[in-house]
Design a protein around this ligand. Sequence first.
Ligand code: C5P
Length: 323
Amino acid sequence: MRTEFGASAPGKVNLHLGVGEARQDGYHDLVTVFQAVGRREAVRLLVDPALEMVGEGSVVREMSTFFEVAEPAEEINTPSNLAWRAVDAVVAEYRRQYPGPAAQFPRLRIVVEKTVFVAGGMAGGSADAAAALVAANEYVGHFGRAPLDGDVLLRLARGLGADVPFCLMGGTALGTGRGDDLVEMIARGEYHWVFVNPRVGLPTGEAFSLLDDLRHDNPALVPRLDTAALSRALLSGDPEAVAAALHNDLEPAAVRMRPQLRRLLEAAGEMGLRAVVSGSGPTVAVLCRDGGQAEGALAGLRERFPGCEAFATTGPGPGAQPH
Ligand code: C5P
């Protein structure tokens, strides 16, 4: 019997992040363009050697996380972790579809290998969830019946968080609604990125609500919901055109919350074509002309900001995949 089921999923950058009205459900309407990048989270499900079977409740016995990036202060290997909840969601859905003896599964341990910054605005936690959904679907599909359909996985992804569907899908996509109504976009070329994280957390929800406050006081901060220029730039495949079209409505809020971002954005912008805050931050994404410029920017940023953490990667990359 197979005792290990694994999958990986990408981190993302928002090439455009237009934030509209706050909604009743606590989210904001977005018009956003995501690009999946080459830094991927890996999730493995290791079947308990004792093969202890459970017919209801969580199949997860425990979880461990290995960090290639800085560790958060708080304990994250808990049942509220998105990867843990993703495994539970797949098993619960499978039990709903196939009640009876098929509901019995051996217990397992989740192992996550993190290469995307934690709470950095790159959807690292959402990528863990997407990879865990795919790994868990391999796992349930191994014990008799067909795995869950892709559209069921997508529904479960939506229930876990606004960025999880995109981490499943990958590539370059336009997201509307909470950012999880996705349409694939045509993007030519390969884009060279450097990501630099000042190692200060920045809670996504707080950035969104600060933006609401800033807009209240400053009517000039209008939502930018038009992505036509970016679409044209992505069709051209020209990194300079894409750099000129990058935009993030949340940037003023992120910079207000973490003022050190201003200097980082300025310096990073000079080392590449353009620097923007990634998602809700605090990670800064630097788009470069080519791999050579990215290498130079990476070295330059590490030297000038030794307290920060940085890596180079490319986009677009594929969505969640089993391995
Ligand atoms: O979906 P996720 O849990 O990643 O979102 C974290 C928080 O970010 C939400 O609770 C909400 O406050 C904010 N958010 C938002 N509008 C979105 C996505 C996230 O206001 N479209």
